[in-house]
Design a protein around this ligand. Structure first.
Ligand code: SAM
Length: 245
């Protein structure tokens, strides 16, 4: 059916492409892609033959009118290099403008590094704040960590190997002993979770040097909230009432 399909693709393991994503990409008449070479391989793998148009940070504005116009009467898809479009990837303006133009917008959900990391880290997930890529400059990074550090939620960041050491040492300085997890190469052969308080993680990478591959950093909530769930609170209330009676 006509519409703009926002299609999630794998972040490293081809088998993570959903059946619906494959079906949608095969049915599309036009596919907006960040990198047509990367997406070309995926399309070939699933036997999809639609022409691609470049839709990345730089070309998105140019690509939008055609994607929206075609999506009014035909099935048009967008994908990013990996994971879910719009999550630290282009597409947000396209979705807004398409909907404003009366186009049906249809998410075809699947993998995202955020949810993959949260599901394997073992930090509280009842509340989390996805903070995307942290600012590269020292001062902006420390300001941001100070601001986010007050939020009573697990914090999730995307980071790169070369910048990980600097990020962790700033985070250890500002947030102290909070539990944290570095999730690396998710869904790939060398998938790894390192779980430790921030100073330990910072020391680990200071010693080892920058790791290879793709990285998500998760930082647990401030200790006093310690990931207290509704159940924990009920339990505490019950205990308090019992001791009062
Ligand atoms: N749209 C993607 C998603 O839904 O996760 C994110 C795109 S963003 C430009 C790329 C960043 O996502 C990487 O720098 C890394 O932080 C994270 N990432 C992507 N794939 C990953 C993987 N397999 N393992 C760990 N982190 C990954």
């Amino acid at each position: 059916a006509a519409g703009l399909y926002i299609v999630a693709t794998p972040i490293g393991n081809l088998n993570d492409l959903t059946l619906r994503a494959a079906e949608t990409l095969r049915a599309a008449v036009l596919i907006g892609a960040e990198d047509t070479r990367v997406t070309g391989k995926l399309l070939k793998h699933i036997g999809a033959r639609a022409p691609m148009i470049r839709h990345d940070e730089h070309s998105a504005e140019r690509a939008r009118p055609e994607l929206i116009e075609r999506a009014k009467t035909e099935a048009v898809a967008i994908v990013s290099d990996a994971g879910t479009p719009l999550i630290s990837d282009p597409g947000y303006r396209l979705v807004r403008e398409a909907r404003a133009a009366g186009v049906r917008v249809v998410p075809v959900p699947g993998v995202s590094a955020v949810t993959a990391a949260l599901s394997g880290a073992g930090l509280p997930t009842d509340r989390f704040l996805f903070a995307g890529f942290p600012p590269p400059k020292e001062k902006a990074l420390k300001d941001k960590l100070g601001e986010l550090g007050r939020v009573k939620a697990t914090l999730v960041f995307y980071e790169t190997g070369p910048r990980l050491g600097r990020f962790l040492s700033a985070a250890a300085d500002i947030l102290g002993e909070r539990e944290a997890c570095v999730a690396r190469e998710l869904t790939k052969l060398h998938e790894e979770f390192l779980f430790q308080p921030l100073p330990g993680l910072a020391a680990h990478y200071a010693e080892r040097g920058p790791p290879k591959g793709e990285i998500v950093v998760l930082i647990g909530p401030p200790e006093s909230e310690g990931g207290a769930t509704g159940e924990d609170l009920d339990e505490a209330l019950r205990a308090a009432l019992e001791s009062a009676s």
